[in-house]
Design a protein around this ligand. Structure first.
Ligand code: SAH
Length: 310
């Protein structure tokens, strides 16, 4: 089996595509939206300055009324300014680091608002998503955006996946605590950390060496002792540790690598995006009695699987 899509049957669930897109533009759109909101509030606030409120030179009842109005406007303006500042801080558009307690609260909100309503039900997956601090896996300038509903850049032209996609793919694996899982595309190490909460051992391969090193350092700092990171081309899998109970691929090849299916245990599951740069499907492959059963689950957009030059 070299190229799966021709043989795959689309399952119900394709309609989730609108919620799923894995694109950098989502993040750019978010930042743009934040700028617009902040700018809009300040602009309407500034307009208050130009309001004519009467001639304060003449001590008439009208002028007194106007003076009272003026005072009221000043108070209102100060209040409005405070609200605008609080609102901007609340959106996370500022560069200040969000306090840990805020991020912990945002993590719970992410689970309630992004995962549960879209059908993530597995209690163990939900618990792992509620626990692992995504903010530790993103660059410091993106910390405040850690729980936004989209991918974020992690450098080297790569991204950390949208929380929903991480939860969806993890749920599809139906992992058990005794499992040994292979991940291709370590990236930030976040998906590996989620898996580390759920299974016995995680083996993860990243082709961009500095990313592999960063992820390894982050995972060590957070005390994940059951994740093994390797820098290299994941197309070939990790034969020394095969076979695996489950395999998760978080970059998209244009066909399913034979080495990966060979390294999947009988009874095991593989989740893998397959396709071209902008048109991929997420597949679930189940190996039973040496046969692979395949089903397409979601349209997605991952970074392509790169190949190491020999
Ligand atoms: N799972 C990651 C996100 C993955 S982004 C996380 O949780 O952050 C996809 C990653 O796959 C990128 O870091 C990219 O460098 C990596 N990648 C691409 N081709 C690869 C290959 N052949 N082998 C291993 N990693 C690869």
């Amino acid at each position: 089996m070299r190229v799966l899509p021709k043989f795959c049957v689309l399952q119900a669930g394709g309609n989730r595509s609108a919620a799923v897109p894995f694109s950098r533009s989502a993040n750019a759109a978010f930042r743009h939206a934040c700028d617009e909101n902040a700018g809009g509030s300040l602009a309407s606030h500034e307009r208050c300055r130009g309001v004519a409120i009467g001639n304060l030179g003449k001590p008439t009842a009208h002028a007194a009324f106007a003076a009272a109005c003026s005072a009221l406007f000043f108070v209102m303006r100060r209040l409005a300014r405070s609200f605008v500042i609080a609102a901007i801080a609340g959106t996370g558009c500022g560069q200040q680091a969000a306090p840990v307690s805020d991020l912990a609260a945002q993590r719970q909100l992410m689970v309630q608002e992004q995962l549960r309503p879209r059908g993530i039900r597995d209690a163990r997956v939900l618990a792992a998503m509620s626990k692992v601090p995504r903010e530790e896996f993103v660059p410091s300038e993106s910390r405040a955006a850690s729980y936004e509903d989209g991918p974020l850049p992690i450098g080297y032209d790569q991204t950390i996946s949208q929380p929903y996609i991480v939860a969806f793919m993890t749920e599809q694996l139906r992992s058990k605590p005794s499992d040994r899982v292979l991940e291709i595309g370590t990236g930030s190490g976040y998906q590996a950390a989620i898996l580390a909460e759920l299974v016995a051992e995680v083996y993860t391969i990243e082709i961009v060496e500095p990313l592999a090193k960063n992820a390894e350092a982050t995972l060590q700092r957070l005390n994940y002792k059951n994740v093994h990171v390797k820098a290299g081309d994941g197309y070939r899998g990790w034969p020394e540790h095969a076979p695996f109970d489950a395999i998760i691929v978080t970059c998209a090849p244009d066909h399913v690598p034979q080495q990966l299916t060979d390294q999947l245990k009988d009874g095991g599951r593989m989740v893998i995006p397959v396709g071209e740069r902008f048109a991929q499907q997420l597949y679930l492959l189940e190996k039973k009695n040496g046969q692979l059963k395949e089903s397409a689950t979601l349209p997605v957009r991952f970074v392509p699987m790169a190949r190491e030059r020999k």
